[in-house]
Structures are given as structure tokens and as C-alpha cells.
Design a protein around this ligand. Sequence first.
Ligand SMILES: *Cc1c(COP(=O)(O)O)cnc(C)c1O
Length: 394
Amino acid sequence: MIYADNAATTRMSEAAINTMVSVMKETYGNPSSLYSIGQRAKEVLEQSREDIAGVINADVREIYFTSGGSEADNQAIRSAAEIGRKKGKLHIISSAFEHHAVLHTLEKLKKEGFEVTLLDVHSDGLIRPEEVRNAIREDTCLVTIMYANNEIGTIQPIREIGAICREKNVLFHTDAVQAVAHLPIDVKADNIDLLSASAHKFHGPKGVGFLYARKGILLSNIIEGGAQERGKRAGTENVPGIAAMAAALKEAAEKLPENAAYITRLRDRLIDGISKIPHCALNGDPVHRLPGNVSFCFEGIEGESLLLLLDDRGIQASSGSACTSGSLDPSHVLLAIGRVHDVAHGSLRLTIDESLTESDIDEIVKNVAEVVNYLRGFSPIWRDLVSGKKQFIL
Ligand SMILES: *Cc1c(COP(=O)(O)O)cnc(C)c1O
């Protein structure tokens, strides 16, 4: 089996599993309890917070634990909106290809009186900082732009966008779920006010993540209850999950330069191999791109059939994001970069990690080429393209 869907989720690292099991067995106290096993759980919690803060150059008091990336996105955006509302600023800027955790929160805020500008994404999958500047108004309270896209892997000019927001005195949130542990991130140098991350995207467990909020930014609660997380996120902390997240992140941060270089080499080998298939195209910029992301569109193909046949051959891939698989609409990300419906339907996303080898990559290329060829053999759209009834786009 070749697992190539690491943007959907990752396999937990040994370090994360061992930490999780050990905390479950030994440190099962409630961190809010005053007796020793509770206090030991509290120490595990605070050590994890310190380790995580260190990796992104934040202060330990700027890290809030959540149930994952979606919750962190919701809380970050709602908090900034609430701060804006108090000042009479009801305008938010984002982009058309954000994750649904961001887009759906913005949709709700629209119903609550906010105005949202979604910036166009260019065909290279990148946002231009100058367009962010031009969109900022007197009443803008928040800019929220993802660090790296989960479908096409493009890395946005976050530092430049952050600098513009600082200059204009507008809060800047970034959904960094695909970037944390995969790219070096420094929240201070990158001018980030709010950042979301999720453990299961970097070999940690599912159902746990964190929100970084720069000192002085008042968070609004999404979950009400006890006084955990300095009163900003109620509920008994997921201590084993949080400790495992910290273990996974620390390990990933230590190995980042080495892993990123290795995975980038595999990625480019995969891109070169697949590019030889006729009438296909890489989605997103080839350079400003996550080390592990490969995303293609093929003409005359259904992405779903492609991924099911690849699964039969032991290769796990995706036709878009896991969140929209199962729906027949083409990906909003591929439409945002200008792919037409027919072409967007023929998408394949392969997201690789450091456990793969060059021979795995060659195996993927061989199988993708064979399956694409096979599927085109009985595709009516492909027949129309070949006979000239329809024009090739790619
Ligand atoms: C996976 C993902 C999320 C959601 O994170 P969960 O922890 O699964 O809630 C949000 N944004 C991006 C970009 C993602 O890839």
C-alpha cells in the first residue's frame, strides 16, 4: 500500500503514539485537580504549550488548545469579527479558495451583518499582496488568508500580506493547518496575529489542534463552560492528545529542513513523471508549493473513477479535499484558479510524506498513467476530444 493522501490526514508518528499511550496510562488526572496526579497532568499540558509555542516563535500564553483546525478557524474569525463589531468595523477580506471551516464561518457572519470580500485567486493559485492592500477599507476588521492551500499546495506570500495588515491596523488570521510542521513558521517575523493548526496534519492525533492569538487579542468563546484555557475554551483538556501533538510537532520541527528537502525531491520526480501523460496539467505554482503536494487535472477523466481504480492497485490518493469528496460538485479551489467544470472534474491530488521512496514514486507514476489511459478508452468526452468534436483545453 502506498499512502499518498497526507493532506487529508497523516499516520501518527511513533513519538506521538508513545507519548499518548504513556499519558493515558500514567498521567490520567484532570489538570484542574489540585492533588498530585492532576498537577502532573497540568505540567504535561503546560510543557506541551511551551514546546508548541517554541516551534512557531510564540509566547506560551499565546497558545490555546482546540479540538482541531476547524475549531481554531471558527474561533479566530469569530473573535476578530467581535473585536471589529465593537469598533463598528464590519468588513472582512478573505479568498475564494479557503477551507470550508473559514468560508462557512464567513457565510454565517454575513447573515449577522458583516460584509465579506473574497479576493480572486490567480491561475497560479497565488494571491497578490497588492490586491489585499487595495481591498482594505476604513471598516475592515480582519484579513484571513490561508498559509498553504490544502488541494493545490500553493504557499501564499504571508509575510507581505501580514506587513500590509500591520501597516493598516487590520487583524490578520492565517489557516496554517497545511503549513505548520511542513514549512518554517515564525509568527513574529511573518506578522501573524491569529493562526490555526491541527495535529493530524503533522503525524499527531485527530481531534486536537491549537490557535495562536497574539498577546492583547481578546478571544471570544465558541465553547462555554469551565475556566480552562484562561477562560477562552471550556472543557477538560485533551491531555493525551495535546501531549502527542507537541511530541509530533517537536519531532517534525527538528527534521523539517531534511524532510522538506527530501520530500520536495520526490514531489518533483512525481510531477515530472505525471507531466508526461498527454493532456494533463499541474494545478498551482510549481515553486511556491508545499513540499509534499502534487495536484493535476486530466482531460477526459472522472477524478472519482481515477482514485477508486488507484485504490484497487493499492495507491491511496484523493480527487480533491476529503471534505468535499462524495459531492458531485467540482472543487471550489480548482474553479477559483480558473479550471472549467469538465477539467476540474478530472483532478487528482497526491500528497506525499517522508516515508515514501523513489521507487514508490515511480510505482505511482506508472499506475496513474495506466489508469488514465484505461479510463480514457471508454470516456465519451475523450472520444469527442480525439475526434475534434470538442477542443482540448489542456
Ligand atoms: C484539515 C484542514 C482543516 C480542518 O482541520 P481539522 O483538524 O480536520 O478540523 C482546516 N484547514 C485546512 C487548510 C485543512 O487542511
